[in-house]
Design a protein around this ligand. Structure first.
Ligand code: AMP
Ligand code: MG
Length: 358
């Protein structure tokens, strides 16, 4: 059974405070509810930082004695981008993989990359190709990332149907083979891990924090993906805001979470270009080559695994609520969908965590 909530959301004091952060993140970390800073008991304030990496905002709130810990966490994220996942930087493994597309002897992968691609393939198969990291060339053709957020977009051109057909003909997760960590990537195919990078970053950050002795709790946001870790000194729950896609400076509500969770949101408000009143956003439906049009403006996934939360948020955005809900069920995750009118619909399990602002 799904729950529908009204689209008009009034902002209370709590919501206003959330709004300031909400303008930065797909899913915003809320300070409210942790007692304000400094918080009750006179204990040490958390270490906080705001940076950019992976082409997005990184926000950290860490309860620790170690002031430099946020530098270490940021370094983990930039290393991940530079060494593994960037399709732009020639220092990354993904860049080198893409350069070698078409090699008949195959491309040997690091164990880490092989594992990530393997896991992406599982989500591709389960989502019937809605999530598909092989559509790199289609994403490049749209080039939304380069245009999003610019005031002057008159130079932006739509790809032609013929161009899209051509690039789509090289894509398709079922066309490549991965065997014993050797990847056979067909000529013309390019991988793009933009739909899982932020979630993988959360997994990396969690591993890093587990290796530190003195981190009691933290909440880390990498763009639209948020990791909660450990607990707050006052024992209250972590609050992660759900952005209103049609008024991104406000939140529709928040998730109240204890312990370790990953929350990833995919939304049509994150990166887009508007031409003649039509919004072209960054999430492409591999079935058409065009920005996905399932009637939803955002999807938020809650699960314990970062890569999975991020992959599922992209897949569900494309699939819509009905197919998306059965997809997340297969992976034991929860989902919250916001449609274009601002109505919310969520899986049963999400209801215990989500608190709407009414
Ligand atoms: P996200 O914001 O996590 O939904 O990821 C969107 C990013 O993933 C885009 O900027 C593209 O780089 C890439 N992408 C777009 N469409 C897809 C898709 N159908 N499957 C996999 N990756 C995609
Ligand atoms: Mg994603």
């Amino acid at each position: 059974m799904k729950r529908f909530l009204p689209g008009n959301v009034s902002r209370n004091r709590y919501g206003k405070k959330a709004a300031a952060l909400g303008s930065f993140f797909g899913a915003a970390i809320l300070c409210c509810g942790c007692g304000g800073y400094p918080y009750a008991g006179g204990q040490k304030e958390p270490v906080q930082s705001m940076d950019t990496a992976m082409g997005t905002m990184i926000s950290q709130t860490v309860y620790t004695e170690q002031d430099a810990v946020t530098d270490g966490i940021l370094q983990e994220i930039t290393d991940l981008e530079e060494q593994l996942l960037s399709w732009r930087m020639d220092t990354s493994e993904l860049y080198r993989i893409n350069e070698r597309a078409g090699e008949e002897s195959g491309i040997p992968l690091s164990a880490e990359m092989a594992d990530m691609i393997e896991r992406c393939l599982t989500v591709s198969a389960a989502s019937e190709g809605a999530f598909d990291i092989t559509i790199g060339e289609v994403v490049r053709l749209w080039d939304i990332d380069s245009w999003a957020g610019l005031e002057e977009t008159s130079g932006f051109g739509l790809p032609t149907a013929a161009e899209l057909r051509e690039e789509l003909s090289h894509a398709g997760y079922e066309k490549f083979r991965l065997k014993d960590s050797v990847l056979f990537l067909p000529e013309g195919m390019q991988l793009d891990m933009g739909a899982v990078g932020k979630g993988i970053a959360l997994d990396k950050v969690r591993e890093y924090m587990e290796q530190q002795d003195d981190i009691a709790g933290a909440v880390i946001s990498v763009g639209g993906s948020v990791l909660t870790y450990g607990s707050k000194p006052d024992g209250s729950e972590w609050k992660v805001g759900i952005v209103n896609p049609r008024e991104t400076s406000a939140n529709l509500g928040y998730l109240s979470l204890s312990g370790q969770w990953c929350v990833s949101t995919s939304g049509d408000y994150e990166r887009y270009v508007e031409v003649d009143g039509v919004r072209y956003h960054h999430i492409i439906d591999p079935a058409t080559g065009y920005p996905a049009d399932s009637g939803f403006s955002s999807v938020t996934i809650l699960t314990k695994d970062g890569l999975l939360s991020d992959a599922l948020s992209t897949a569900c955005f494309i699939l819509g609520q009905e197919k998306g809900s059965s997809l997340v069920e297969q992976f034991g995750a929860e989902a919250l969908f916001v449609d274009r009118e601002g109505n919310l619909v969520m899986t049963d399990g999400m209801q215990q965590y989500f608190h709407p602002y009414r």
